[in-house]
Design a protein around this ligand. Structure first.
Ligand SMILES: CC(C)(COP(=O)(O)OP(=O)(O)OC[C@H]1O[C@@H](n2cnc3c(N)ncnc32)[C@H](O)[C@@H]1OP(=O)(O)O)[C@@H](O)C(=O)NCCC(=O)NCCS
Length: 253
């Protein structure tokens, strides 16, 4: 197991206030398209305050600002994207979700995918995952993506299955808190192999179609280049890519 910290989402309950996540209306569940004004852009320092606000709503143990700053400095070993809701003139009005992965040799380890509770169920998570997968395919030598997810987090698991992840095992008592009854909770380990193969490409194309996204940039904001400045094609992260002071994967949660 790779010594990174990864996210352990509180299942459907806000860690901050214990308030149940908003239940989206039928209208809100429609897939966002470019017309909805949701754009995916590289994560920057300016996004962090809003990202941390989302974290506090969905994770029992949100990351600190210092951790995020450290992650952003590791530009050759990390890929992070944020989903922004924009107004018609294209100006950003707010971060509604984010996600990212760390590069470990030929694998990408997804560290977090989170969407503001009021925006969940509108395919924002799928938009982010699509962008992460497309970005992963642009990185030389990256062959697979993997993640851990709470055993009880059925919605996230459905999302990941849609992208081709399959469970390969579990980690007992992986998550410290946020499980049913406040107990430790097992993690399901999921892998998506052969991300550069034609069948994965076809899967991403069909997901993009389902999301109403045309072209390869999946709604990337005009003037933003898919974020190559944040990513280092061929970056090697490796085990040494672990941020100092970060505890074992989801254990931090
Ligand atoms: C998990 C999370 C990121 C998902 O984001 P989201 O924007 O709500 O998800 P989406 O609207 O993109 O929905 C994903 C959907 O893909 C759906 N999907 C799966 N296969 C599909 C298909 N073939 N066609 C269409 N949709 C499909 C899933 O069913 C899921 O929708 P459902 O819950 O209605 O079943 C979000 O709920 C969240 O932030 N949760 C709290 C933090 C968290 O748990 N993060 C994950 C840590 S591992």
């Amino acid at each position: 197991m790779n010594a990174v910290r990864r996210r352990a989402a509180a299942p459907a309950v806000s860690a901050a206030g214990g308030t149940p996540a908003a239940t989206p209306s039928a209208a809100a569940r429609a897939a966002p398209s470019e017309a909805d004004g949701v754009v995916i852009v590289p994560m920057r320092r300016k996004h962090l305050r809003e990202i941390r606000r989302i974290d506090k709503l969905v994770y029992p143990r949100p990351w600190s600002m210092a951790l995020y700053l450290d992650e952003l400095q590791r530009s050759g070993e990390r890929v992070y994207r944020v989903a922004c809701q924009t107004v018609p003139n294209g100006r950003g009005v707010g971060v509604i979700g984010y996600g990212g992965f760390m590069i470990v040799a030929d694998e990408g380890h997804i560290t977090s995918v989170a969407v503001h509770p009021e925006c969940q169920g509108r395919r924002v998570g799928a938009r982010l995952m699509l962008e992460l997968h497309r970005e992963a395919r642009r990185i030389d030598g990256l062959e697979a993506l993997t993640l851990e997810v709470r055993a009880s987090n059925a919605a996230a698991q459905r999302l990941y299955r849609w992208f081709g992840y399959a469970p390969v095992g579990s980690r007992k008592n992986y998550y410290r808190s946020g499980g049913p009854g406040g107990k430790r909770e097992d993690a399901l380990v999921m892998w998506c192999h052969d991300i550069n193969g034609p069948s994965h490409g076809e899967r991403l194309d069909s997901i993009a179609t389902a999301l109403g996204i045309t072209g390869g940039a999946s709604g990337t904001a005009p003037g933003v280049t898919g974020g190559t400045s944040d990513t280092a094609p061929g970056g090697t992260g490796g085990a040494s890519g672990t941020a100092p002071g970060i505890s074992e994967a989801g254990q931090a949660q």
